[in-house]
Design a binder for this molecule. Structure first.
Ligand code: NDP
Length: 337
């Protein structure tokens, strides 16, 4: 059983010393347990937080512990009622080939699910994040302008498409011409701006002629700086993630902006609401799932995976995710099925 162990807490970006590949025996399930074989492992930005022992909403992974993570797996041996050998499951095996489970928090997907890995993306945690954050906090009205960065990623791609379904104007931000073309041509965004363009702020302003009503915050940093002056009165900011800061080791240079920021929120009466998807919106899952499945069937939602083969490649793929080298939802294919 190969597993990736947290060897050292990273300072800044994770590097070769952060994770270590170890191998031990495949465990035997006891009474009331089953053995799961990981087929797909989801890589998500929140995992950077679990590598750190800074205070957060969840406990860090212990040094020497297996990295945690959502997985789609198959039942190999089962002593758990309701799970048979060969069943596909949505589970939390972490970064390893095999895991034991007593069935807690494991969803049985049956013998023959369509596109099983989608349970880690468009039909799972990132999809719910986009749906609930946008609709329950952002509440976009027809004709309003919604802006989202990381626009071709797991969450952002769904935010833009759901905004369009609700009749809003969707403006994306992503890195590079290829991602931006995909956002407009395939996902149906009205515009997408390259965050590395020299005139990024000007292009964003030009593509939001009526200002910004909903800014779905995935990234923070320089993108947020360009968004701030464009926010309309009564704008809403679902505060989902701040990936630009996850590897930061110090505060950004320059003057303290907190006074100006709070004053903008006050005079423009802006609603900013942070959320942690399953803490706040677990109850939205049935509604999300019904809408999303219908939209996919109707061709209104598209989904792209960035599939990387091999558990041993998960550490470098994770770094790619944090640095924007993923193009779509980052998933590791751990085994053939
Ligand atoms: P993505 O698939 O979107 O991948 C991350 C993307 O972030 C990269 O592809 C890159 O896109 C962008 N990015 C990286 N660094 C920067 C930077 N410095 N400035 C701007 N953009 C950057 O990841 P997810 O969709 O899984 O996650 C998106 C956000 O949502 C993250 O912040 C994550 O933490 C958050 N999240 C929060 C949840 C919650 O419950 N609150 C739940 C799930 C996710 P590009 O290079 O194209 O700009």
């Amino acid at each position: 059983n190969r597993k990736l162990i947290l060897a050292q807490r990273p300072v800044g970006a994770p590097d070769d010393a952060t994770l270590r590949l170890e191998t031990d025996a495949i465990p035997e399930p006891a009474e009331g347990q089953m053995l799961l074989r990981t087929v797909y492992l989801s890589l998500d930005p929140y995992m950077r937080g679990r590598m750190s022992d800074a205070k957060s909403y969840a406990e860090p992974v212990a040094i020497g512990g297996t990295m945690i993570g959502g997985t789609v797996a198959r039942v190999v041996k089962s002593n758990v009622k309701g799970f048979e050998v060969g069943d596909w499951v949505l589970s939390f095996n972490g970064w390893q080939d095999y895991a034991l489970s007593d069935g807690t928090m494991v969803t049985n997907m049956g013998k023959n699910p369509e596109a099983p890995s989608w349970a880690l993306g468009v039909l799972g945690m990132p999809g719910l994040t986009a749906y609930a954050g946008l609709l329950k906090i952002g509440d976009p009205k027809p004709g309003e302008t919604v802006v989202v960065a990381a626009a071709t990623g797991a969450v952002g791609s769904q935010v833009g498409q759901i905004a369009k379904i609700k009749g809003a104007r969707a403006v994306g931000i992503a890195s590079g011409a290829e991602k931006c073309a995909y956002a407009v041509d395939e996902l149906g965004f009205d515009a997408c701006i390259d965050r590395f363009a020299d005139d990024f702020a000007e292009q964003l302003a030009a593509n939001c002629p009526a200002g910004i009503d909903v800014y779905f915050e995935n990234v923070g940093g320089a993108v947020f700086k360009a968004v701030l002056p464009l926010l309309n009165a009564n704008a809403r900011i679902p505060l989902c993630g701040l990936i630009a800061m996850y590897n930061a080791t110090q505060a950004p240079e320059g003057p303290d902006m907190s006074g100006a920021l709070m004053s903008t929120f006050l005079v423009k009466k802006i609603k900013v609401q942070g959320f942690i998807v399953f803490d706040d919106f677990g109850h939205v899952y049935p509604e999300f799932s019904a809408d999303m499945m219908a939209w996919i069937k109707e061709g209104k939602i598209k989904y792209r995976e960035h599939l990387v083969e091999g558990l041993e490649n998960a550490p470098s793929a994770f770094l790619d995710l944090l640095e924007g080298r993923n193009f779509g939802k980052m998933v590791i294919k751990v085994a053939e099925h």
